[in-house]
Design a protein around this ligand. Structure first.
Ligand code: ATR
Length: 289
């Protein structure tokens, strides 16, 4: 039998030191004896990004699929040959599938991944009042999917430290979707967390233990879900405070898992097997214990 070089998958971004994606994908490739490897491609600046894509287009390049993370989710739009409708509307790409003819197809699985996790948590969005923190890349994907979903929330209040960024984000999304349910507020108090059915934190506050949560814990209540996209630490101070008030809580590990499953579906062209998914989920969960 002749030697078959492994198919190459990976993630582009900077920095990449904390990414759990290689661990998750390589564990699944190994357990299921798939001849593939998932690598880190740290690209320091726009010039390196440009050169990387020039290479990616070349015949014989072995890379068949990529994830894209900070700070390139928006910049890669310039390099794709086609975009799936959700990625086009959200204006961000986190998954690239590359054909043998070296055509690059862009997808966004962050938004749908978030929805899949909410479904797993049995949280229905229909008619709900959502409070959201942050206006970065993660907020863009989540906000887009909340506006585009069939069972729409009643309203979304959005707060960001830099107010203009939140306004610009909503203004930009408004050109591609109905954002009439979104209101940008200029203080955390105006989120009215005490009346919300769900608070979603998309900011990086909580990654480091010393930062105080943005929301006053006094506003949390038992009839709400508090969702923090941060998964390391597994329980941020925000989630601890919400739990203490009886709220249902979740970190973002499920979102990370579902976006990866959806990315693999795009790369393989089929819905991946449950055995595969189980290895991915278990690897993620045990890596953070
Ligand atoms: P990601 O892709 O993970 O969303 P990002 O695009 O860098 O990352 O966005 C980070 C988010 O965290 C932003 O909303 C940022 O607020 P600003 O737009 O004001 O920068 C928010 N953030 C980061 N540190 C913060 C802090 N100390 N207080 C409040 N918000 C913070």
């Amino acid at each position: 039998m002749s030697y078959q070089p492994p198919a190459i998958y990976g993630i582009i971004g900077y920095p990449l030191t904390h990414s759990l994606s290689p661990l998750m994908h390589n564990a699944a490739f190994k357990a299921l004896k798939v001849n593939a490897v998932y690598k880190l491609f740290e690209l320091k600046d726009d010039e390196e990004l440009k050169l990387f894509f020039e290479d990616l287009k070349q015949e014989g390049n072995p890379i068949l699929g990529l994830n894209v993370t900070v700070p390139y989710k928006e910049k890669v739009l310039a390099y794709v040959d086609s975009l799936d409708p959700f990625a086009e509307k959200a204006g961000a790409v986190n998954t690239l599938a590359i054909t043998h003819q070296r055509k690059i197809h862009g997808f966004n699985t962050d938004g749908p991944g978030f929805l899949s996790h909410l479904e797993e948590l049995n949280f229905s969005l229909k008619g709900k009042r959502i409070a959201m923190l942050g206006a970065g890349g993660t907020a863009r994907a989540i906000l887009s999917v909340l506006c585009l979903v069939n069972q729409r929330p009643a309203g979304i209040k959005l707060y960001n430290r830099t107010l203009s960024k939140a306004r610009n984000l909503v203004e930009e999304l408004a050109q591609k979707m109905d954002t009439s349910i979104v209101a940008v507020v200029d203080s955390v108090e105006d989120l009215n967390v005490e009346l919300a059915d769900c608070l979603i934190n998309t900011t990086s506050v909580g990654l480091k233990a010393e930062a105080k949560p943005l929301v006053d814990p006094g506003h949390f209540h038992a009839d709400m879900l508090v969702y923090d996209v941060i998964y390391n630490p597994a329980q941020t101070d925000l989630l601890k405070a919400a739990k203490a008030k009886g709220a249902k809580t979740s970190n973002g590990l499920g979102m990370l898992y579902y976006q990866a499953v959806l990315a693999l579906n795009h790369w393989s062209g089929v819905d991946i097997d449950d055995k595969y998914k189980k290895v991915m989920r278990q690897t993620l969960e045990s890596s953070l214990k």
